[in-house]
Design a protein around this ligand. Structure first.
Ligand SMILES: Cc1cc2nc3c(=O)[nH]c(=O)nc-3n(C[C@H](O)[C@H](O)[C@H](O)COP(=O)(O)O)c2cc1C
Length: 171
C-alpha cells in the first residue's frame, strides 16, 4: 500500500472488538516505535505494553475514555527529558518530540496491521504513575488502546475535517 493511502485510511478507532491480539503483532508495534528517528539518536523514550489482565485493569482506571475498556492491549509512551538532546541556542529539549515520533510510528503500524487504535492524551498521568511506579519521572505523552476494529467501527464525523491548504504556505 502506498504510504499516502495508509495515512488517509487511518482514523481514530473508538470501537474495538475483544478479539485477542497476538504477541507477534504487539511486538511489531513496539518495533515500529523503536525504529523511529530521534535527535542525535538519543532514543529518550520508553514504551510500556499492558497485556496482562491486572495491568490492563490498572491502566484502564486511569482514563475516562470508555472505548479503552475493550482493548486487549494498551501501550503507553513516555519521554525522558534527562536523555533528550538539548538545542544550544534556545535550550529546547527534544525528548517529547522524539517520543511523539515513536508514538506516531506505532500508530501507523497499528493501521498497517489492520488493527485499530486512538491516540489517547486524555488520561490521568498521576494515577498512571501511582499504578505503575516505573512510569514516574517520564512525560507520558500517549496511551494507545489497541485491538481489532469492531465490525461496525466508523470514523467520527470530525475525521473528515481538514483545514487543508490554509495550513500549507508556498513561498
Ligand atoms: C496528541 C493527541 C491526543 C489525542 N487525545 C485523544 C483523547 O484523549 N481522546 C480521544 O478520543 N481522541 C484523542 N485524540 C484523537 C483526535 O481527536 C483525532 O486524531 C482527531 O480528532 C482527528 O480524527 P482522526 O484521528 O479520526 O483522523 C488525540 C489525538 C492526538 C494526536
Amino acid at each position: 500500500m502506498e504510504f499516502i493511502t495508509l495515512a488517509k485510511e487511518r482514523y481514530s478507532c473508538r470501537k474495538l472488538s475483544d478479539r485477542k491480539v497476538d504477541r507477534e503483532l504487539t511486538d511489531r508495534i513496539a518495533e515500529a516505535g523503536l525504529s523511529a528517528p530521534t535527535a542525535c539518536n538519543y532514543q529518550p523514550f520508553r514504551i510500556w505494553v499492558m497485556e496482562s489482565e491486572d495491568a490492563l485493569n490498572r491502566i484502564r482506571s486511569c482514563t475516562r475514555q470508555q472505548f479503552a475498556a475493550a482493548a486487549p492491549v494498551v501501550f503507553v509512551v513516555g519521554a525522558c527529558r534527562e536523555e533528550g538532546w538539548v538545542r544550544e541556542y534556545d535550550q529546547k529539549n527534544f525528548a517529547e518530540i522524539d517520543a511523539a515520533i515513536a508514538a506516531t510510528h506505532m500508530m501507523l503500524e497499528v493501521q498497517d496491521l489492520g488493527l485499530g487504535t486512538t491516540w489517547i492524551g486524555h488520561f490521568d498521568v498521576n494515577a498512571a504513575c501511582e499504578q505503575f511506579p516505573e512510569m514516574k519521572g517520564y512525560e507520558l505523552i500517549a496511551m494507545f488502546a489497541v485491538g481489532w476494529p469492531a465490525d461496525d467501527a466508523v470514523p467520527a464525523a470530525s475525521h473528515e475535517k481538514s483545514r487543508g491548504e490554509e495550513l500549507v504556505h508556498r513561498l
